[in-house]
Unconditional design. Structure first.
Length: 488
C-alpha cells in the first residue's frame, strides 16, 4: 500500500542508510542538477542522492516505490534532450560515484564497468592490451557509460562499429521494486526476449542501470583520414552516398558546413579550410593493405563527385588534429551566439541534399542562423540553431524551428533521434512519428516494468492526450507534404 510522506520525513529515512554527503536537499546544492546539457529546461529536484554502492541504490529505489516518489537517474549530465530533467516532487538519483572498472576480460574482449565510468576511460584502461571501446560520442571525455546505454549513444565511428546497443553484451538493472536483474549474457546470445536492446535507449524509464559489460575491439593496424573540401554543401551530401554505394564503409564519415568549419577552426586551429562551403572527414582503418586500397577508391570517388580540394593527414598527429576540430564543434559553435539549440535527427543518406536545402529555407523563415554538423555516413544530423534566450520569444521560435527540422527528418523517411534520445525536447514530435496504437504499445511496455510510472515520468513517450492537444499531422504511408521527395 502506498504511503504518503513529507520531505522532512523522507530526508530522515534516507539518512538512515546514506552518508551526509550522499544526500543533498539545500537549494544551493541542488542547483547544479537542475538541467542536463539541454539547458533550455530547468527544474530543481526535491532531493539528490549520490549512492556509493548497489545496496544504497536498491534502498533508495525501494523507499521511493514504497512512498510513490518519482526517481530520475542521472549520469554525467551531458545529455542533450532533457532526459535527466528532475521533478520538483521527485528524487534525482546520481550514479556518478559508481565509477569503477570491475573486470577486464582480455581473452573474451570484454570489460565490466559501473555506470559512472567515463566512456573514454574504458579505452584508456585497455589501451596497453591493444584494445579499445568503439562508441565515441563527442562528449566521451565526460559522458558516462550508463548514460550512453540509456540514450543508445553513437559517435563519429558508429558508421562502421555501431551504436552502444551493438557494443554491449550484458547489463545489470535495478527494478522499481529494488530487485536486481541481469539482462543479456557474456556469450554471443541469450535465451528469451532481447531485453538488452529494449533497455538500451530506454532513457531510465524501465530500470536503473548499475553495471554494463562492454565489448572491446582490437586497435586497428592503421588509420588514415581524408579531409575533402567542397564549394557546395549539396555536392558534399551526394558524395557521402557515393562513397557508401561503392561498398566502402569508413570508420568515420563526418560533415560540417561553413559556419561550423569556421567556429571549429577559430576554436582549436584544426587546419580546416575556412572558405569551404562544407568539408567531409573520411577515416579508413584496418590493415595497411586494406586502407591503402580503399584510400585510392575514395580519392577517385571524391574527385569525380566535384570536390574542390583533398588532403590526407600526413601523420597521426594531424589525423588527431582533424578529429579534434570535429569533436570540438559543439563548444566551438557555442562561441558564436549566447545560446544554441542542438537537434538530433536521422535520415536516409540519399535525402541529405534535400534536407539541407530545406533546413536553409527554414533558417531564413525563422531568421535564425544554423551551423550543421553531421554523422553523415549514417544520416545522423546535428543542426545547431543559434539564438539568444534573453530576447523575448526567441527560445520559443527556436524550439518551433527545431521541431520543423525533426518533421523534415520524418518526411524524408527518417526518425527524430539518432543518439540523443527523446527526453523532453522531442516528445511532441513522437506524436508525429508514431500512431496512437504504437504509442499504446510503448505505454504497455513501460507499465510492465514500472506500473506506477515512477521511473523518469513524463519523458520520451507522450500520452495520447498530449498528442491530441499537440494536434499533430501524422506522416505515414508515403503521404508527404513535399512532392519532390517522391523521387527518392
Amino acid at each position: 500500500m502506498t504511503e504518503t510522506i513529507n520531505k522532512t520525513t523522507l530526508i530522515h529515512e534516507l539518512s538512515q542508510f546514506l552518508d551526509t554527503d550522499s544526500l543533498l536537499f539545500k537549494e544551493e546544492d541542488l542547483r547544479p542538477y537542475e538541467c542536463d546539457g539541454l539547458s533550455a529546461y530547468r527544474q530543481l529536484p526535491m532531493l539528490v542522492t549520490l549512492p556509493r554502492n548497489l545496496a544504497e541504490v536498491q534502498s533508495i529505489v525501494r523507499l521511493c516505490n514504497q512512498h510513490h516518489i518519482p526517481v530520475i537517474a542521472r549520469g554525467a549530465g551531458t545529455g542533450l534532450s532533457g532526459g535527466a530533467l528532475p521533478l520538483e516532487t521527485g528524487i534525482l538519483l546520481s550514479l556518478a560515484r559508481l565509477n569503477k572498472i570491475t573486470n577486464i576480460d582480455q581473452d573474451n574482449c570484454l570489460a565490466t564497468v559501473q555506470p559512472g565510468v567515463r566512456n573514454l576511460a574504458i579505452s584508456e584502461a585497455v589501451a596497453d592490451l591493444g584494445l579499445y571501446y568503439a562508441p565515441d560520442p563527442s562528449s566521451q571525455i565526460a559522458c558516462t557509460i550508463g548514460g550512453n546505454v540509456a540514450e543508445n549513444s553513437g559517435g563519429v565511428h558508429c558508421l562502421k562499429y555501431g551504436l552502444t546497443v551493438h557494443n554491449i553484451s550484458q547489463i545489470k538493472v535495478v527494478t522499481i521494486e529494488g530487485e536486481l536483474l541481469t539482462i543479456g549474457s557474456h556469450a554471443m546470445d541469450a535465451a528469451g526476449y532481447d531485453l538488452l536492446a529494449l533497455f538500451t535507449g530506454s532513457e531510465g524509464m524501465l530500470g536503473i542501470i548499475v553495471e554494463v559489460t562492454v565489448k572491446l575491439l582490437p586497435l586497428p593496424e592503421t588509420a588514415q583520414v581524408i579531409l575533402a573540401s567542397f564549394d557546395d554543401i549539396e555536392v558534399a551530401g551526394r558524395a557521402v552516398s557515393e562513397i557508401i554505394a561503392a561498398g566502402i564503409i569508413p570508420a568515420g564519415l563526418e560533415m560540417m558546413d561553413n559556419p561550423a568549419i569556421r567556429a571549429a577552426e577559430d576554436f582549436v586551429h584544426a587546419g580546416y579550410p575556412t572558405e569551404a562551403a562544407a568539408i567531409l572527414l573520411c577515416e579508413l582503418d584496418g590493415t595497411i593493405e586494406e586502407v591503402d586500397e580503399q584510400m585510392t577508391v575514395v580519392r577517385d570517388l571524391l574527385t569525380s563527385s566535384g570536390v574542390s580540394d583533398i588532403r590526407t593527414a600526413k601523420d597521426e598527429a594531424e589525423r588527431q588534429q582533424f578529429w579534434k576540430g570535429r569533436k570540438a564543434a559543439f563548444p566551438a559553435v557555442g562561441r558564436l551566439a549566447p545560446d544554441y539549440y542542438c537537434m538530433d535527427g536521422t535520415i536516409p543518406r540519399k535525402t541529405l541534399p534535400w534536407v539541407l536545402k530545406n533546413i536553409s529555407r527554414l533558417s531564413e523563415q525563422y531568421k535564425l542562423a544554423v551551423a550543421n554538423v553531421f554523422h553523415a555516413g549514417d544520416g545522423n544530423l546535428h543542426p545547431l540553431i543559434l539564438y539568444d534566450a534573453n530576447n523575448p520569444g526567441e527560445l520559443e521560435r527556436t524550439e518551433e524551428f527545431g521541431g520543423k527540422i525533426l518533421e523534415l527528418c520524418i518526411e524524408a523517411g527518417g526518425t527524430i533521434t539518432g543518439e540523443h534520445g527523446i527526453g523532453m525536447e522531442k516528445i511532441n514530435q513522437m506524436c508525429i512519428q508514431f500512431e496512437d496504437q504504437e504509442l499504446e504499445q510503448f505505454h504497455a511496455v513501460k507499465n510492465a516494468f514500472d506500473p506506477h510510472g515512477l521511473l523518469n515520468p513524463g519523458k520520451a513517450v507522450p500520452t495520447l492526450h498530449r498528442c491530441a492537444e499537440f494536434g499533430a499531422m501524422h506522416v505515414h504511408d508515403g503521404k508527404l507534404s513535399h512532392p519532390e521527395l517522391e523521387r527518392f
